[in-house]
Design a protein around this ligand. Structure first.
Ligand code: NAD
Length: 434
C-alpha cells in the first residue's frame, strides 16, 4: 500500500445509542483513525470492533453545595475504553466543554498511547463539565471529592488509575486519593498518579509530558537532519505540557518565538525569555501582560518555524489553518489537536506530524513509574526516572518511525499499527468471556 488507506465515514459505524450519530465529535475522529489502521492488522482485524466500543462508560451527577448556600449539579464521566492489557489508565479533565464523546475519544487514545509505549495498561479517561476557574478552592475540593465517590465503584489501583489532565493538578489528585482511601478504609496511594511527592508521587512526573515532547521532537529532528540549537519553536498552550516543553527546547538552544494561551498570543523573533514567561504565568495564570509583541490567532498559526507544538486542546489544527502552517514538523503535546482533514493536508505539504499517542506519552510513562514505586514503597531518584523515560520514549519513537518507513504511512498510522496490534493480540489471547 503506497499511502494511508481512505477514510470510512464515521456514520458507517455501529454507534453507541448514547451518542449523537450525526455529530460524533472527537469520537468520530478516533473511529476514522481506527479505520485507517485496519488494513494493516492482518487476521487481528477480526477483533477491530473491540476498539470501536468503549468497554464501560459511567456518567455521574456531581451535586455540591456552593459557598453561597445554593446547590449546583455538574455532569461527570469516567470511561474505560479497553482493559485487555491491564487496568484502565488516563487523566481527569475539568472543563466547561467536556462531553461524553470527548472523554470516550480521550480514553481510546489512552489505550493506543499505553500500548504504543508498551506500558501494561488499558485506556481510560474522566472529566467533569465544569469551569473550575469559577469555583472557590473549597467548591473545587467538594466537586473533586463527590466525583471521586461517584466513580469509586470502577476505579482502584488494580482497576483504573486516574491522573491529572487539563485543569487538574497534584492537589486534585491528593483529594481523589484521600476520598478513595476514606471510602476503602485504608490509605491507597496507588489509586491515582500525578500526586504530590509527599503522598507517594514520583519525582519528575510534573515535567514528564513536556520532557517526552522534547525527546520526541529531538528524535524527529535528528531523523530529518535538523539541529535543535537555533531551531524556531512555536507553542500553543503554556500549561503543564507546553511550558515544560518550551523550557527544555529553550535550554537546548532553540528559540521559542511564539506562544499562545486561552487569552492571547505573544511573538518575539529573537526568542522569548521562557523562564521569565513561566514566572509570569505562575503569578498571573496567563501569558497575557508579559512584555512581548502580541499577535492574533491567524498570525500565530502562520508563524514561520521549524517545530510547532500544539499543547492546549483538541481540534486546533484544522482544514482552515493547516494550509497556512509554516513548520517543518508538528509535535503533538495535546491530545487530538489535529483533525483528520488537517492531517492529510500536512502530509501533502510534507510537514511531519509526531502524533499525540507517542509525543505526549511521557506523562503516562512516569505515571507508570509512580504506580510501580507506590506498590513497592521504594522510590527512585529523579535521574533514574528521567533516564528510563528517555529510553522508553526513544525506543517507542524509533519503532514507530521504522513501521512508518516500511509501510509508507504517517507516524500516526504507524503508532496505531503497533498499538492496535498489541491490544488485539492481548484480546485474542484472552478470548471472550464467558
Ligand atoms: P493545562 O491546563 O496545564 O494547560 C492548558 C494550556 O492551554 C493553558 O496554557 C491554557 O491557557 C491553554 N489553552 C486553553 N484553551 C486554549 C485555547 N482555546 N487556545 C489556546 N490556548 C488554550 O493542561 P496540560 O496538562 O498542559 O494539557 C494540555 C494538553 O496536553 C491537553 O490536550 C492534555 O490532554 C494533554 N496532555 C497532558 C498531559 C499531562 O501530563 N498534563 C499528558 C498527556 C497529554
Amino acid at each position: 500500500m503506497s499511502s494511508d488507506s481512505p477514510i470510512i465515514t464515521a456514520s458507517a459505524h455501529a454507534v453507541p445509542s448514547y451518542l449523537n450519530a450525526d455529530n460524533l465529535g472527537p469520537w468520530g475522529i478516533y473511529l476514522q483513525q481506527v479505520d485507517r489502521v485496519t488494513p494493516y492488522l492482518g487476521s487481528l482485524a477480526r477483533w477491530v470492533e473491540t476498539l470501536k466500543r468503549p468497554k464501560r462508560a459511567l456518567v455521574v451527577d456531581v451535586p455540591i453545595e456552593m459557598d453561597d448556600g445554593t446547590i449546583a449539579h455538574f455532569e461527570g464521566y469516567r470511561v474505560q475504553h479497553n482493559t485487555s492489557r491491564g487496568p484502565g489508565k488516563g487523566g481527569v479533565r475539568f472543563h466547561q466543554d467536556v462531553t461524553l464523546s470527548e472523554v470516550m475519544a480521550l480514553s481510546a487514545w489512552m489505550s493506543v498511547k499505553n500500548a504504543a509505549v508498551n506500558v501494561p495498561y488499558g485506556g481510560a479517561k474522566g472529566g467533569i463539565r465544569v469551569d473550575p476557574r469559577k469555583l472557590s478552592r473549597a467548591e473545587l475540593e467538594r466537586v473533586t471529592r463527590r466525583y471521586t465517590s461517584e466513580i469509586n465503584i470502577i476505579i482502584g489501583p488494580n482497576k483504573d488509575i486516574p491522573a491529572p489532565d487539563v485543569n487538574t493538578n497534584e492537589q486534585v489528585m491528593a483529594w481523589m486519593m484521600d476520598t478513595y482511601s476514606m471510602n476503602e478504609g485504608s490509605t491507597s496511594t496507588g489509586v491515582v498518579t500525578g500526586k504530590p511527592i509527599s503522598l507517594g508521587g514520583s519525582l519528575g512526573r510534573r515535567e514528564a509530558t513536556g520532557r517526552g515532547v522534547f525527546v520526541v521532537g529531538a528524535e524527529a529532528a535528528r531523523n530529518l537532519g535538523m539541529e535543535i540549537k537555533g531551531a524556531r519553536i512555536v507553542v500553543q498552550g503554556f500549561g503543564n505540557v507546553g511550558s515544560v516543553a518550551a523550557k527544555l527546547f529553550h535550554e537546548a538552544g532553540a528559540k521559542v518565538i511564539a506562544v499562545q494561551d486561552h487569552k492571547t498570543a505573544l511573538f518575539d523573533p529573537a526568542g522569548l525569555d521562557v523562564p521569565a514567561l513561566i514566572e509570569h504565568v505562575t503569578h498571573n495564570g496567563t501569558i497575557d501582560g508579559f512584555r512581548a509583541e502580541t499577535i492574533n490567532a491567524e498570525q500565530f498559526w502562520q508563524t514561520e518555524c521549524e517545530i510547532l507544538i500544539p499543547a492546549a486542546l483538541e481540534g486546533q489544527i484544522t482544514a482552515a489553518n493547516a494550509p497556512h502552517i509554516k513548520a517543518r514538523m508538528v509535535i503533538e503535546g495535546a491530545n487530538g489537536p489535529t483533525t483528520p482533514e488537517a492531517d492529510d493536508i500536512l502530509r501533502e505539504r510534507n510537514i511531519l506530524v509526531a502524533p499525540d499517542v507517542i509525543a505526549n506519552a511521557g506523562g503516562v510513562t512516569v505515571s507508570y513509574f509512580e504506580w510501580v514505586q507506590d506498590f513497592s514503597s521504594f522510590f527512585w531518584t529523579e535521574e533514574e526516572i528521567n533516564q528510563r523515560l528517555v529510553r522508553i520514549m526513544q525506543e517507542a519513537f524509533r519503532a514507530i518511525w521504522q513501521v512508518s518507513q516500511e509501510n509508507k504511512v504517517t507516524l500516526r498510522t504507524a503508532a496505531f499499527i503497533i498499538a492496535c496490534t498489541r491490544i488485539l493480540q492481548a484480546r485474542e489471547m484472552r478470548g471472550l468471556y464467558p
